[in-house]
Write a protein that binds this ligand. Structure first.
Ligand code: SF4
Ligand code: SF4
Length: 278
């Protein structure tokens, strides 16, 4: 698969939800860049060579006023694509402004369905509205955390999401130490939700790519809301793979692939952008 240079940018920590299964603890689900710092991010992106995909997440990006006031108008002027991970709680007006400003640069909209805070019907109604505002080639997926003991209900959710023409993307529940160990009865239902042998475009099972050459740190990296750059999510978790800080102007990417040293790759972005040589 051709490598699609990608930055995963946690634009802000704040979130308007508080999901019981969130892997970001409330202690770290905070912080956002100042206006001057957003300018530094935009300056940094403007100096990157070639076209990158900037995939933004939070917290919840739309819960941070600077996202719509400054980040999106700024990115609309640059020569990069954008993607977004959102809980879809933004108002219809805000979503419509987003699409007006940057809809033509969007690659993927990943929406996360959190049934603790929204019912499926309202979620899908808003999602259809968003779909109507975007070019047809934009991919829209519905992320759904496989919350233990709710899997039977999720079979119905999957059916409803797919009936409306959207991609249902199940996510294996993660814990601070790795992957959640489902009960025997949940394990009987899991294959109906994720299939027998799902690939990284069909489900996020947080697999291991230990030992495979990976281009993280070269053509893929992550940025946090404080300007820190890291080679990948797992590296950051272990305080490894630090690449520098955008505000200090010292981000330096690696220039060659390295064998993956980790036994969990929690996010499908590196695999789906061709970073791992399998
Ligand atoms: S919406 Fe996402 S970031 Fe916010 S609390 Fe839920 S899981 Fe965490
Ligand atoms: S955890 Fe994933 S992104 Fe990080 S080095 Fe391993 S394969 Fe690459």
């Amino acid at each position: 698969m051709k490598r699609q240079r990608t930055i995963e940018w946690q634009t802000n920590g704040i979130c308007n939800y508080n999901c019981s299964y969130c892997i970001q603890s409330p202690k770290y689900r905070q912080g956002y860049p100042t206006s001057e710092e957003i300018d530094k991010f935009l300056e940094f992106f403007s100096q990157l060579e070639g076209e990158w995909e900037i995939k933004m997440s939070g917290g919840e990006p739309f819960a941070f006023p600077g996202f719509m006031n400054q980040i999106i108008p700024g990115l609309a002027q640059l020569n990069h694509r954008v993607s977004i991970l959102t809980n879809l709680s933004a108002s219809r007006y805000t979503l419509s402004e987003f699409c007006k400003l940057i809809g033509h640069k969007v690659n993927i909209i990943s929406t996360s369905l959190h049934r603790e805070f929204v019912d499926l019907k309202s979620f899908l109604t808003k999602l259809k509205y968003l779909r109507s505002l975007l070019p047809q080639e934009v991919t829209i997926v519905v992320n759904s955390v496989l919350v233990p003991t709710t899997l039977t209900e999720l079979l119905e959710v999957k059916h409803e999401v797919e009936s409306e023409g959207f991609t249902y993307f199940p996510q294996w529940l993660k814990t601070k130490t790795g992957k959640f160990n489902y009960s025997e009865s949940d394990r009987e239902i899991l294959p109906l939700l994720i299939g027998d042998k799902p690939n990284s475009k069909q489900a996020n099972l947080s697999p291991s790519y230990y030992g495979y050459p990976c281009w993280a740190g070269v053509d893929y990296f992550i940025l946090d809301q404080f300007g820190n750059a890291w080679s990948c999510r797992t590296a950051k978790r272990y305080k490894e793979g630090y690449l520098g800080n955008v505000f200090q102007g010292d981000v330096k990417l690696w220039n060659h692939s390295r064998p993956c040293p980790y036994t969990i790759c929690p996010c499908t972005v590196p695999a789906n952008r061709g970073m791992i040589e399998l």
